[in-house]
Design a protein around this ligand. Structure first.
Ligand code: SF4
Length: 234
């Protein structure tokens, strides 16, 4: 299993803890970055602009716009909100499939999403300094003994999200980030499937293997945990 990633951290994460061996073996064998893959294509003399289009291979070839937007800040949140709206209300799709509240380069985006009367409070943070602001707000809530102010938080370490990850083509500026973000949303707009739960491959993996979302098996195989590590000074 080879994963192509925007992120250099994934090279380390595949052996980070026992959670990465959920199958009983190392789940991902090798990670290469998008930059490394591009270099391999170039050194093999493959010119993408001249290749004829063809359908992606199955399995794992089919994707949704919801999957595509994972690459930008707010994308994971937006994809989750699209599906959550449908699962909570039973509607085929939300009134607007695009949640503008979670888009853009603001360091911390906060919003209250109305799911047919249920108010979901969300926060989206990218860049670690902004993440600290969100954590401090939650610490304050805990100190005051009140309910946490957010129901759902998305965190991305890189500014703008994975579009400017450490494994991506070098020389990223906000102009480049904007162009990559625009590309991602355009791809989503053009997608026939725009919600994760509509993807037939996702449906199949649940019906034939994982059972229902949040099942014990899904929880065991699709989630991992982080533990606080003690730092010892020399
Ligand atoms: S936001 Fe950055 S650190 Fe986080 S997964 Fe994406 S590329 Fe990796």
């Amino acid at each position: 299993m080879v994963s192509v990633m925007p992120c250099t951290a994934k090279k380390y994460e595949i052996t980070r803890s026992e959670d990465m061996f959920a199958s009983g073996h190392q789940d991902i064998d090798v990670v290469i970055t998008t930059r490394e893959l591009a270099r391999m294509f170039k050194s093999a003399g493959i010119d993408f602009a001249r290749l004829e289009d063809e359908e992606p291979d199955s399995i794992l070839g089919e994707y949704s716009g919801a999957g595509t937007i994972f690459g930008v800040t707010g994308g994971v949140m937006e994809a989750a909100l699209r599906t959550a709206y449908c699962l909570i209300t039973g509607d085929a799709q939300p009134p607007s499939i695009e949640f503008q509240e979670v888009r853009g380069m603001k360091g911390v985006k906060e919003a209250e999403i109305d799911i047919k009367g249920t108010k979901v409070k969300i926060a989206v943070a990218h860049e670690m300094g902004n993440v600290e602001d969100v954590l401090n707000a939650l610490r304050m809530d805990r100190k005051q003994g009140v309910k946490p102010r957010y129901d759902f938080i998305e965190v991305m370490a890189c500014r703008g999200g994975c579009i400017s990850g450490g494994g991506q083509p070098l020389g990223v500026t906000d102009v480049v980030r904007y162009a990559r973000t625009r590309g991602i949303y355009t791809d989503d707009e053009k997608s026939v499937l725009r919600m994760s739960h509509q993807n037939p491959q996702v449906q199949k993996v649940y019906s034939e293997f994982l059972g229902a979302p949040l099942s014990e098996k899904a929880h065991e195989l699709l989630h991992n945990h982080y533990h606080e590590r003690k730092v010892y000074s020399k």
